[in-house]
Design a protein around this ligand. Structure first.
Ligand SMILES: Nc1ncnc2c1ncn2[C@@H]1O[C@H](COP(=O)(O)OP(=O)(O)OP(=O)(O)O)[C@@H](O)[C@H]1O
Length: 274
């Protein structure tokens, strides 16, 4: 079975055709990178997979079933910025994710289940390298730490599909390299299929199992609205990466780790004032 099937998908905004007859099959636990020129419809495609947008024509199936009309716990998402709640602590952000998934009406878990969810949240916070920052608010975290938190928040809901919209685009290159290792670790250990929009081809080759390039074949101004983007390239990354079988570099606290026991790391804002 495929994780995601996209069949003859079209997306139009009024007169403007954005996506034109896109058909794709994504294997379970694949890591798909979507690349292409600015404005060619990558984010629109991702938003359709999230149910934030609907296709004009065509269909999307998740594990063989028509995609739900509303965003749900089966699909997590991380944006370039503002994925986390600024008024909640690190622990509060990750915990809320579990609460919204399990108790969408009240947003609260109680008793033993709440304690269990707290333990799970703390373990995940440690896994993403934020141990020690549980009580901090996002404003006190660096960009790299905020994206680690956003990943933890998305993964806490145990999504089948993780959607990433340029999640590391705003980070410095060195910090990006460290968070790439984390991303590979999470993809390797969590049972999820990842679809990531990126402008960075090097990032696509570093992380993905398959790279899909969208492009408008006809891009003259008078044709722009009448022809949408199609799939220009579909590349299997070689050597193959297989989820669950990756041999990763040590994930022990490293040069950028924000939570090394001695206190701070390279992407901790505290360093900037030192
Ligand atoms: N809600 C909307 N209403 C009307 N037009 C829209 C809407 N959302 C997107 N578009 C248009 O659809 C086209 C594709 O936008 P989209 O953001 O998906 O491109 P993109 O490939 O992700 O671009 P970038 O790489 O710059 O983020 C653009 O021309 C955009 O103006």
């Amino acid at each position: 079975m495929t994780a995601i099937s996209v069949r003859h998908l079209w997306k139009e905004y009024g007169e403007q055709i954005v996506l034109e007859d896109i058909s794709l099959e994504f294997a379970p636990r694949s890591f798909i990178a979507l690349v292409g020129p600015s404005g060619c419809g990558k984010t629109t495609f991702l938003r359709i997979l999230l149910s934030e947008e609907t296709a004009t024509r065509g269909e999307v199936l998740i594990e063989g079933q028509p995609i739900a009309r509303e965003p749900g716990a089966d699909r997590g998402v991380v944006f370039q910025r503002y994925s986390v709640f600024p008024h909640l602590t690190v622990l509060g952000n990750v915990l809320l994710s579990a609460e919204m998934a399990e108790a969408p009406l009240t947003g609260r878990l109680f008793g033993a289940r709440r304690r269990q969810a707290q333990d799970e949240a703390r373990a995940l916070i440690e896994e993403v390298g934020l141990k020690g920052a549980e009580d901090k608010y996002p404003a006190a975290l660096s960009g790299g730490m905020q994206q680690r938190l956003a990943l933890a928040q998305a993964i806490m809901r145990k999504p089948k599909i993780l959607l990433l919209d340029e999640p590391f685009g705003a980070l410095d290159p060195g910090i990006r390299a460290d968070i790439h290792q984390l991303m590979l670790k999470l993809w390797n250990t969590c049972e999820m299929t990842v679809v990531m929009v990126t402008h960075d081809l090097k990032e696509a080759f570093t992380l993905a199992t398959r790279i899909i390039a969208f492009e408008r074949r006809r891009n003259r101004p008078e044709e722009k609205a009448r022809y949408g983007a199609t799939i220009a390239k579909d590349i299997e990354v070689w050597p193959k990466r297989i989820a669950g079988q990756l041999k990763l570099k040590s994930t022990a606290p490293g040069r950028d780790d924000p939570a090394i026991p001695s206190g701070t790391g390279r992407d901790d804002p505290a360093l900037k004032t030192a």
